[in-house]
Design a protein around this ligand. Structure first.
Ligand code: ZN
Length: 433
């Protein structure tokens, strides 16, 4: 099957599932992904304290509907899971429209669309409907019957998936995507599908430099819980990508990490430029997705996102028209190609470490002079070559990679890379990644 067909199939398989912060829809989603990549599925118990947050009770829905006064179903959860406000509490009974109209949401400016709403941390309930459905209900002067057959499980849990693909270095790159949105395609089914196939690609590689960790977590609370439960892992992470909204027909873009001059941003721009793709740059902002958690003071991981029709920016954001007519496997494939090239760039940002961190190395002993037997000539070329080596020995602490060092030294990457190869060959420095 072609990659496009694989994307198509996974999009279709996962689209209808009732994902949320917790619940069986998330488990089904991860179980399907597990057939493609050997995902480790982890359950964090409801009620667990994770930094300033608490993992909520597990929520599952059996059924939900509103019938008009003649008994005809007007709103039906089984037709679209976003009809129900996420985390709605159970309720059943007969109501006059005027008494429940504050619980019914629609979009005035997009009458065909069902909005997406949640009430995760305040016990409440509600329905989301099209303008047409709203009008039908509002014109009914009789009793409307409604049912929300949902359950908050006492000893439930929140499900996440992860996979670590080991490279030569124990330093890791994190690729994070979120799994809490129900039937919405660009935000963020597209990210789930893309992340799955990126992991599958890296699993087939035997020569990775970095170790690559992929996680599938509910947005915000899932990322927070992951950080809280894996502090040791978070320390190994060099940089991160949050994969979101990558399947729309619109423009490419990228959200910068908090340090605009960090190498991740440079590599993303380089990737777009090499592929001759026009793109939008979105500076770092405290709003957005799970980069909010990874960038927080306690972790400070530079985290960026490459997007195609970025969240907040497209018309169907958080409504039912963000569906599989809007997102196409072919758009996803375009994003996949960008991410593949970017991963390649990141994985090749080599890190070296000096073998002699204590004081200077003895130059003559290590043949570090540019010309054997020669003197340091005032000739600019020779002098600068030695200088480059000395500065490299000053900077190669095993933490900064060569992209960063080339930036600090303001010398082209290729030049310093070549000098590093020389130093490596003479056993003055060693490769970490
Ligand atoms: Zn969203």
């Amino acid at each position: 099957m072609s990659l496009e067909n694989n994307f198509e199939k996974l999009l279709n398989d996962l689209f209808p599932l009732p994902r949320s912060l917790t619940g069986n829809g998330n488990r089904q989603t991860l179980d399907i992904i597990k057939k493609i990549i050997p995902l480790k599925i982890v359950e964090y118990p409801s009620g667990q304290k994770v930094f300033d947050w608490t993992i909520p009770k597990e929520w599952n829905v059996k059924d939900a509907w509103i019938k008009d006064s003649s008994g005809k179903k007007i709103i039906d959860y089984s037709e679209s899971n976003i009809h129900l406000v996420g985390y709605s509490a159970p309720i059943t009974g007969k109501f006059r429209f005027k008494d429940i109209k504050d619980k019914i949401y629609y979009l005035e400016d997009q009458p065909e669309a069902i909005p997406y709403r949640t009430t995760y941390y305040k016990e409440d309930w509600g329905f989301c409907v099209t303008k047409k459905q709203y009008d039908l209900l509002s014109k009914d002067s009789g009793d409307l019957e409604l049912l929300i057959d949902s359950e908050f499980k006492k000893d439930g849990s929140m499900t996440i998936g992860e996979i670590l693909i080991k490279g030569k270095s124990s330093k890791e790159i994190l690729v994070s995507t979120y799994i809490c949105h129900p039937s919405l395609a660009n935000d963020n089914l597209s990210g789930i599908v893309l992340t799955t196939y990126l992991a599958k690609l890296l699993l087939s590689k035997t020569d990775l430099n970095y170790s690559w960790r992929f996680i599938f977590v509910p947005e915000t609370i899932g990322a927070i819980a992951y950080c809280a439960n894996n502090k040791d892992i978070m320390e190994k992470i060099d940089t991160a990508l949050v994969v979101t909204t990558v399947g729309g027909p619109g423009k490419f873009g990228y959200k910068q990490s908090f340090n605009g001059s960090h190498y991740i941003n440079e590599l993303i721009e380089k990737t777009f430029e090499n592929m001759d793709i026009k793109y939008e740059t979105y500076p770092f902002d405290i709003h957005g997705s799970d980069e909010r958690q990874y960038s927080s003071i306690g972790f400070r991981i530079n985290t960026a996102s490459v997007t195609k029709d970025k969240y907040y920016e497209y018309k169907y954001y958080h409504n039912s028209l963000d569906n599989l007519d809007f997102v196409k496997a072919s758009y996803l494939e375009e994003s996949y190609n960008v991410y593949c090239n970017l991963i390649n760039e990141i994985d090749n940002t080599t890190i070296f470490k000096t073998n002699n961190p204590n004081c200077e190395v003895m130059l003559s002993k290590h043949l570090i002079y540019p010309e054997l037997g020669g003197t340091i000539s005032p000739n600019k070329f020779t002098f600068s070559k030695l200088d480059i080596r000395l500065w490299l020995l000053f900077y190669l602490d095993g933490k900064k990679n060569l992209v960063e060092i080339s930036k600090i030294m303001d010398i082209e990457f290729n030049i310093i890379y070549e000098e590093c190869l020389f130093l490596e060959k003479n056993k003055i420095i060693s490769r970490i990644a």
